[in-house]
Design a protein around this ligand. Structure first.
Ligand SMILES: Cc1cc2nc3c(=O)[nH]c(=O)nc-3n(C[C@H](O)[C@H](O)[C@H](O)COP(=O)(O)O)c2cc1C
Length: 191
């Protein structure tokens, strides 16, 4: 007897926080929780902080093992959830530096959900003006709805704003649609 076994997609959550606790990371976690209401995921979480101080290496060969692990996890994932704290109106420079090591061909057609967390609301378009073009360069399939959060959306480390919660639900549902569309990549051989 044979049949196809559908395995959950390997989703890498990369939050570009340089310290913990991190609201960018809490935002990413809230998004993951919402996606898993819809569909099972095989999730791995990484923070930029996990890369360690050696992340500033000039070549891939010089990256410390923990930074290289993040790059390789991003390259081999079926899909990504990326959440960046806003630093000086943009994503953190070391986040871009790490992404610069990602192989050019490895994100083609990958679903990527984009999120950012700033102190206020003035830099909400950081996603549309900076994160989305970055992943557009890699020919990734970015989720149409991006998720931006500010300090006012949180109470302690919990998201309390109902509009943000609804936006997370919409983004999660669109991410799930993209995962479903590309699920043939996640189907393994007969058992
Ligand atoms: C170096 C630095 C620069 C920042 N620049 C901005 C900024 O330009 N706009 C903004 O809205 N928030 C800015 N912030 C606030 C952070 O985006 C905010 O505190 C965010 O929650 C940090 O995310 P984290 O808790 O995941 O580290 C900055 C914070 C730091 C440390």
């Amino acid at each position: 007897m044979s049949g196809a076994l559908t395995i959950p997609p390997k989703v890498v959550v990369f939050s570009a926080n340089t310290h913990r606790p991190s609201k960018a990371r809490f935002l990413a976690t809230a998004i993951v929780e919402e996606v898993t209401v819809i569909t099972p995921l095989d999730v791995r979480f990484f923070d930029l902080a996990d890369a360690g101080p050696g992340v500033g290496a000039f070549t891939r060969a010089e990256l410390p093992p923990q930074a290289l692990e993040i790059v390789e996890a991003i390259e081999s994932a079926d899909a990504l959830i990326v959440s960046a704290p806003v630093h000086k109106g943009s994503y953190p420079g070391l986040f871009k530096h790490l992404i610069d090591f990602v192989d050019l061909t490895t994100l083609i057609n990958k679903p990527v959900l984009l999120a950012a967390k700033g102190g206020g609301t003035r830099h909400a378009l950081v996603i549309e003006h900076q994160l989305r073009p970055l992943f557009g360069f890699f020919l990734a399939m970015t989720v149409p709805t991006a998720v931006y959060a500010s300090d006012a959306d949180f109470s302690d480390h919990v998201i309390v704003d109902p509009v943000l919660k609804e936006r997370i639900r919409i983004a999660a549902s669109q991410f799930a649609v993209l995962l479903k569309t590309y699920e043939r990549h996640f189907v393994t051989a007969a058992v």
